[in-house]
Design a protein around this ligand. Structure first.
Ligand code: GLU
Length: 488
């Protein structure tokens, strides 16, 4: 039987590390086993539904370059893939359970249930439904239903015995039925299913073979197995993924830092780094290999390399991966990715002008090695596109130099510009070396005022190359301005 797996997000919030990890593991498992990856949108909770969260699901996976084989936008043989469009199916199945004696109509009003809860709280009894409607005769239930009384459908949890499920990672788990929440609602009075019914019905109808999902769903598992049994269906294979923790051993959350993908995206992370690092949260290929492209994982990912132990999310490690992938990036691709960030920071026009485009192409090789994040580019290249912000005259004076020496350096550089403003930076450097000797100013002390005059900072991309990009006129203007500052 070929593998069919799904990612089944509820569009109630932004996609976060944990959800994306679940999606990636399902996707890679499908790819490496020649199976099918399905995206199903679990949007039956209309109160918590948020259209921005739905858009975020699409944006996140488009950005990561993860494509589903069946689901929204692409369709497939078992659609629709939005649960809100499948409610007739759930109603029909709830009805089937009642007819088969596995479920029952419950007419208890919200007020009665509230009273019951209060009473149970007062008596310090476990909170739960008291199964009052379970004993209604079928005739009576049918009569009340026909009479228009609102009702829900509940599952008859067996009163005795145990329910067992097998989890690939955790092993066999046995639950006493008497400990399972008494007779949970499967169909609500508005005709919408609860999460449990819709989830099980869809996994069955979409022929899901394996369920890879977060461990927080383990407590729901016995109930899901009972729903499968009530229908006479075989449950899929379960594999609940190891938890993702922050460095303090608590479940990863906002307290530890960014968790939603959009935050990482806006902070200048590249998709390759995110895919690589997230895939190592609870999975490893061997003891040493760390770098995996999406294509590698599509071949190499297997469930038997999943770890049982919780994974710790290390922000520093992700940063490291990001630097690695930025450094080895194709220059044209990097340039394209940097443009929106540089526009966001007001450095490039939108749309980008021809002149800006030319300069940007030229400066990519100068900054690529220095970038840890796409957002880092602005600080390195701003001086090439924008006027320098004001800086104090002292910034032009080297640590072991004097104002007089800085002035002399800049004057000499200005008058000789035609001799060092070369296309070939090596030739410029040769000339400048000679100039420093004749002025008896150390090369470092000669160049430091120039760097600050031209870039506005004592740290910058390679100076001579930057000056080439900036152009002769602008360079001269900036030196003149620095001289002016020194004479004030
Ligand atoms: N809609 C559930 C969620 O948001 C899916 C759980 C499952 O994978 O069964 O996590």
């Amino acid at each position: 039987m070929s593998v069919r797996v799904r990612y089944a997000p509820s569009p109630t919030g932004l996609q976060h590390i944990g959800g994306v990890r679940t999606a990636l593991f399902n996707y890679f498992f499908a790819r490496s086993s020649g199976g099918t990856f399905i995206l199903r949108i679990e949007d039956t909770d209309r109160e918590r539904y948020d259209p921005r969260a739905l858009q975020d699901i699409f944006d996140t996976f488009d950005w990561l370059g993860i494509q589903w084989d069946e689901g929204p936008r692409v369709g497939g043989p078992y659609g629709p893939y939005f649960q809100s469009e499948r409610t007739a199916l759930y109603r029909e199945h709830a009805e089937k359970l009642v007819q088969a004696g596995q479920g029952y109509y419950c007419f208890c009003t919200p007020e009665r249930l509230e009273k019951l809860r209060e009473e149970q709280t007062k008596q310090k009894e476990p909170i739960g439904y008291d199964r009052r409607c379970r004993s209604l005769t079928q005739e009576e239930a049918e009569r009340r239903k026909r009479g228009g009384e609102p009702y829900v459908v509940r599952l008859k949890i067996p009163l005795e015995g145990t329910t067992t499920f097998h989890d690939r990672l955790i092993g066999t788990v046995v639950h006493a039925n008497k400990d399972i929440n008494p007779d949970p609602v499967l169909l609500k009075s508005d005709g919408f299913p609860t999460y449990h019914l819709a989830n099980v019905v869809d996994d069955h109808h979409m022929r899901i073979t394996h369920i890879l999902r977060a461990q927080e769903w383990i407590p729901s598992c016995p109930l899901h197995v009972l729903i499968y049994q009530a229908f006479g269906w075989e449950p899929p294979e379960y594999c609940h993924l190891p938890m993702v923790m922050g460095s303090d051993g608590h479940k990863l959350s906002k307290r530890h830092g960014s968790t939603s993908l959009i935050e990482f995206r806006n902070a200048g992370y590249v998709p390759e780094a995110i895919i690589n690092y997230i895939s190592l949260l609870g999975w490893s290929y061997d003891d040493s290999r760390q770098l995996f492209t999406k294509e590698d994982l599509e071949k190499l990912f297997t469930l038997d390399k999943l770890n049982k132990a919780p994974a710790v999310f290390d922000y520093k490690k992700l940063e490291w991966f990001n630097g690695v992938y930025i450094r080895e990036r194709d220059k044209g691709k990097l340039k394209k990715e940097l443009i929106p960030f540089l526009q966001r920071d007001g450095i490039l026009s939108n749309p980008i002008t021809e002149e800006e485009d030319r300069k940007l192409t030229a400066c990519i090789p100068l900054i690529q090695e220095r970038l840890k994040f796409l957002t880092d580019a602005s600080q390195w290249v701003r001086f090439l596109f924008k006027d320098l912000p004001p800086y104090p005259a002292e910034a032009l004076i080297p640590k072991k130099g004097s104002k007089e020496e800085a002035r002399k350096s800049l004057e000499a550089l200005l008058t000789t510009i035609d001799q060092w403003f070369e296309k070939d930076p090596q030739k410029s450097e040769e000339f400048l070396r000679t100039l420093s000797e004749s002025l008896q100013i150390k090369l470092g002390n000669l160049l430091m005022p120039l760097r600050v005059a031209v870039t506005g900072s004592s740290v910058s991309p390679p100076l001579m190359e930057s000056i080439q990009i900036l152009g002769r006129e602008e360079t001269m203007k900036r030196i003149q301005r620095a001289l002016q500052l020194l004479s004030e």
